[in-house]
Design a protein around this ligand. Sequence first.
Ligand code: CA
Length: 334
Amino acid sequence: MRIKYTQNTLFTLTALCGALFLTEVTAENTRPFQIAHRGASAYVPEHTLAAESLAYGLGAEYIEQDVAMTSDDVPVVTHDITLDSTTDVAKLFPTRAREDGKFYVIDFTLKEVKSLHARERFNPKTGEPVLPNRFPNQIPQFRIPTFEEALALITGLNHSTGRKVGVHVEIKRPGWHLTQGKDLGAAVVLMLAKYGFSGKDDPFFIQCFEFTEVKRLREKLNYQGPLVQLMGGKKGEDGTDFVHMRTPEGLRELAKWADGIGPSITSFITGKSPESRKISSLVADAKAAGLYTHAWTARADELPKWATSYDDVIRALTEAGVAGYFTDFPGLGR
Ligand code: CA
C-alpha cells in the first residue's frame, strides 16, 4: 500500500506523534524497562557483540551479561559454563571434554576460547538448532566476548550516543567456580568498577541464583551495588529454599541482602488460558518488603498459555507491577 501524504494526513500524523509523546511521558513512571536477555538473542546468536550492539540499537535499557571464567582467570560472556551448545568446541578440541562428555569454559584459556566460533544455540547431539526460526548458521562469523569487551562496547556506545544504557550481570554458578579455585564474583565486581559501575545510582545490577553468593557479595566482598536474587523452582544448587524465599517473611529476610528479586514470569502469572489468567501477590509482597522485581523471560516466539500475544505478556507484566523484564526481543512491546 502506498500512502499519499496530504496536508491533512501530515496534521493527523503530527497530532498522533504529539499524543504518542504525551502517552510516553505519562506512562514513563509505570512502564517496566527492558533488559535484553543475552543481547537481542531472538535475532543474533546470544551474547555475541553483534547481539549486544543490536539490543543497544533497539532501545533496551539494560543488556544482560552472563559471566563464566576461563582457565587463565578471564571472565567471558556466556550463558552456559560449558561450550557444547553454542560453539564448535567439539570440532576444534575433540579431546578436551571432561568425563561427563562436556567441554567446560574453565578448562580453556582465553586464547582457546577466542578461537571458537559462537553460533545460534543447537543440540550438540543432533547439530539441529534449538529454535529453527532464529539466526541461521551459514558461515562462522561470531566470537565469545570477554566481559571487559562487552562493558567497553556498551560504555563506549553510551559515550558516542549520549544514552545511558546499563548492564544486568549474572554470576554463573559461583559456588561451583569456587570449588574450581576461581572467585568469579570478585572478578565481576572488580571489572564492573573499572567501567564505572559501582554505586547504587549507576545503571547496573548483579544477579545470582545462589543466595550463598548474594550474602558473600555483601558480607565478604563488601559489594554495595544493586543486587538481584534470582529465583527458580523449589531449591537452588547451593540449597537456597526458593519456596520459603517467595513468602512475605522470606522476602523480608532477603531484603537484608538483596534489592530485588528475579522470578520467572510464569511463577507469578499463571493460567492455562487467557480467561483463567491469575497474577499472584509475589510482586506486591516483594514491593512491601522493599524489593523490586525483574522477571524472566518474555519471548514473542514462545508465549505463555495465558497470553494472547506478546503485547499481552507485557500488559500482564505491567499490571503485575514489575520494575523490569528480561526479553529476547528488545524493542517489541513498548
Ligand atoms: Ca542469565
